[in-house]
Design a protein around this ligand. Structure first.
Ligand SMILES: Cc1cc2nc3c(=O)[nH]c(=O)nc-3n(C[C@H](O)[C@H](O)[C@H](O)COP(=O)(O)OP(=O)(O)OC[C@H]3O[C@@H](n4cnc5c(N)ncnc54)[C@H](O)[C@@H]3O)c2cc1C
Length: 475
């Protein structure tokens, strides 16, 4: 179901001539989209023995986590009691960041809300692991269509500077974050539009100790109930003992420097296409002198209004430039800072999701519904609410088993969804829980595992025996 109307400027149509195109290659598995999830999917499929090509439209590996500059992995590897649940490739990727000095090596603690890291090092880690596993990578390559034989996907159409070509594959993993492949294949889907997007930026030459001192002298500026709910004392401890600086997204509403600027007419809650311009989450690793700013939102139909999306993204970059200036003028510790980077792509939180034989809801998560074909387990988390008030994301002391069926579109064969953003689940469970970097990587690994196993069994996704992979739990 699509709740948006595609915004064309005319009602006219024209015919595109049918033409023969080259088949660039034939492989076991095509993974489309090299965000964190797609990289995990390709890595897992290759390590499990498949011949894999990973295709990415941008020139960067990592998607939202690098091109989108969301260099902060929310740390939900643990149950509330501190037991670590998530391991395998997902843990390996974070460990490789800490080994490279690009993230704090003290992250393995349930009190740590997130793992700030360096996006350049993240790309390096992903590239090394993918190439070591034998994954071939095409960047600047857009998957524009799926080749179907009845209801079965057989390959993809790609657009490159070499021209339009096809790649045939036994299984397609859709890690595009927009379910592009499933959509082109005619899978059932939901799309609500009004997509929540943010452009992030980074300040360099920041005096983090001084910023920390400002919060210690004015603790009322820290919001304990926003984003990942965290007592002020834990925030302090994370900085001094674990080298992790994290103020909650949404916490800017308590930050005097922003609110004073708004009162003086020097900053805004809303302007142009942007809103929540004072939301403001800050993330950094002590000693890096770099501060990531998760600054504002815009809401736009990214899949049905190309012009509005373009304008909002370009305008949002201007807000980053202006906010960086405001911070250097007003924020203690930012006096000598400068704007070092703006995300190259505006991050989009959620767009399409597919419909599978099982449709997971946040209520299922809350009651920890049990499923048969569990592909991995993950710690349960969702927002605590009292009297309609949002009291922030909380971890619980249980894990939920994710069924294979949420990764597989109901009405097409040979496509597996490899990202937590687009699986068969309601918007709330994906928004609060499943799209986060840790979980989306788990979905990537799961998709890679399913794809490689289908290849090994020489069967299509719909008829393969999933019991061989659902019995083992890699989380
Ligand atoms: C602003 C923002 C803030 C967030 N904050 C946090 C946070 O604090 N902590 C946390 O854990 N998570 C956070 N998230 C969520 C998390 O970062 C993302 O959900 C996660 O990184 C998504 O990874 P992915 O690989 O599933 O998808 P993406 O990163 O979206 O990757 C999809 C990839 O596919 C490519 N692609 C798309 N279409 C095509 C196509 N047709 N052909 C070829 N390639 C294609 C894209 O270029 C991209 O590289 C945030 C997300 C956003 C947007």
């Amino acid at each position: 179901m699509d709740f948006t109307t595609k915004k064309y400027k005319t009602n006219k149509k024209c015919m595109e001539a049918a033409r023969e195109i080259p088949v660039y290659d034939e492989v076991d598995v095509v993974v489309a989209g090299a965000g964190l999830a797609g990289c995990c999917a390709a890595l897992k499929a290759a390590r499990d023995g498949a011949n894999v090509i990973l295709i990415e439209r941008d020139g960067i590996l990592g998607g939202v986590a690098t091109a989108g500059l969301m260099t902060c992995i929310t740390n939900f590897f643990f149950k509330k009691d501190g037991t670590q649940v998530v391991h395998d490739i997902v843990e390996e990727i974070v460990d490789s960041l800490t080994e490279a000095g690009a993230a704090s090596d003290k992250w393995k603690n349930v009190e740590v809300p997130c793992i700030p890291n360096n996006s350049e090092v993240m790309q390096e880690c992903l590239f090394k692991k993918l190439t070591e596993a034998g994954v071939r990578i095409l960047i600047h390559t857009f998957v524009s269509d799926v080749i179907m034989e009845g209801d079965t996907a057989r390959g993809v159409i790609i657009e490159t500077k070499m021209g339009r070509m096809a790649i045939m594959a036994k299984v397609l993993v859709d890690s595009t974050g927009d379910a592009d492949l499933a959509y082109h294949a005619g899978a059932e889907y939901e799309y609500y539009g009004h997509d929540s997007c943010s452009t992030l930026f980074e300040l360099a030459n920041v005096d983090l100790d001084k910023i920390m001192k400002f919060f210690e002298e004015h603790p009322e500026n820290f919001d304990e109930q926003k984003d990942v709910a965290l007592p002020f004392e834990t925030f302090r401890k994370n900085y001094y003992e674990r080298g992790i600086f994290h103020t909650p997204h949404g916490g800017g509403k308590k930050l005097s420097i922003l609110q004073d600027a708004i009162k003086e007419g020097k900053w805004w809650h809303e302007k142009g296409t942007a809103t929540k311009l004072d939301h403001f989450g800050l993330y950094a690793t002590r000693g890096s002198n770099r501060l990531l700013v998760n600054s504002h939102f815009c809401y736009v139909d990214t899949l049905s209004d190309v012009e509005a999306h373009s304008y909002a993204e370009l305008e949002s970059r201007l807000f980053c430039i202006q906010l960086a200036k405001l911070m250097t003028e007003r924020m203690p510790g930012c006096e000598n800072a400068y704007l070092s980077r703006i995300s190259t792509t505006m991050g989009v939180r959620l767009t399409r999701n597919i419909i599978g034989d099982i449709y997971l809801t946040l209520d299922d998560v809350k009651v920890n519904r049990k499923y048969n074909n569990v592909i991995f387990r993950t710690p349960i988390l969702y927002k605590k609410r009292e009297d309609g008030k949002d009291l922030g994301l909380r971890l619980y002391n249980e894990t939920i088993g994710i069924p294979v069926e949420v990764l597989i579109p109901k009405n097409v064969d040979n496509i597996v969804i490899g990202t937590g953003k687009c699986i068969s689940a309601d918007r709330q469970s994906r928004q609060e829980f499943l799209r986060g970097q840790m979980n989306t990587m788990l979905f990537g690994v799961a998709a890679g595992k399913i794809a490689a196993e289908a290849v090994r069994q020489n069967k299509s996704i719909k008829i393969m025996d999933v019991t061989t992979i659902t019995s083992s739990n890699f989380a």
